[in-house]
Design a protein. Structure first.
Length: 193
């Protein structure tokens, strides 16, 4: 998700960057409105909390001085009940803001050229030439399934769609890669100290 604080504090700059990524002006205006709603809801809630805190301090003071606290207790209880819908309103405003913000792409780097899709990408450099094969190369998941290294059906049974279970050499290979990267990074961390 994008940095909401940056978006809120630098809205014009951020919206210019996001429009380069294809975010329409209506969505950005909607975000600005949601920011304002959240700010207003939080301000109202904070004012109510401040009032609650000041009354709670008075409550302790009245108790020490032996004053009658029934009227103050009624005010404290009424304020607590009044805070519930304010908290709900603030939560709903935050939820609405996050729901829209989750669909917003990351800010592009300044060096990234503008373009509608991947066809507008620029090739910066080419390293080697792509290999040519005298056969039709298969995808890694096809090879893994054919060799018995991966089981998609069991993955779906265990954890629903888009999951798989690694088996045999596939699971050993994954574990070896994990250990390799853990070892490499452990050595780098030790070298840093």
């Amino acid at each position: 998700m994008i940095d909401l604080k940056y978006l809120q504090n630098n809205f014009d700059e951020a919206s210019t960057k996001l429009q380069k990524k294809g975010v329409d002006a209506t969505t950005l205006e909607n975000l600005q409105t949601l920011f304002a709603s959240l700010k207003e809801a939080n301000a109202t809630l904070e004012a109510s909390k401040a009032e609650q805190n000041s009354m709670s301090k008075l409550f302790g003071q009245y108790m020490r001085e032996g004053k009658d606290i029934t009227e103050l207790k009624a005010k404290v209880d009424a304020n607590k009940e009044a805070m519930v819908p304010l908290q709900e309103k603030a939560r709903a405003a935050e939820e609405a803001l996050y729901e829209v913000a989750l669909d917003i792409p990351n800010f592009p780097d300044e060096s990234v050229p503008e373009g509608a899709d991947e066809d507008d990408n620029m090739e910066l450099r080419k390293v080697l030439e792509p290999r040519t094969f005298d056969f039709e190369p298969k995808e890694h998941w096809d090879l893994a399934e054919k060799n018995g290294w991966i089981d998609f059906e069991r993955g779906v049974k265990l954890a629903k769609s888009r999951f798989s279970v690694l088996r045999g050499e596939g699971s050993r290979l994954e574990r070896a890669l994990i250990n390799f990267f853990l070892d490499i990074n452990a050595v780098r961390m030790l070298e840093a100290f």
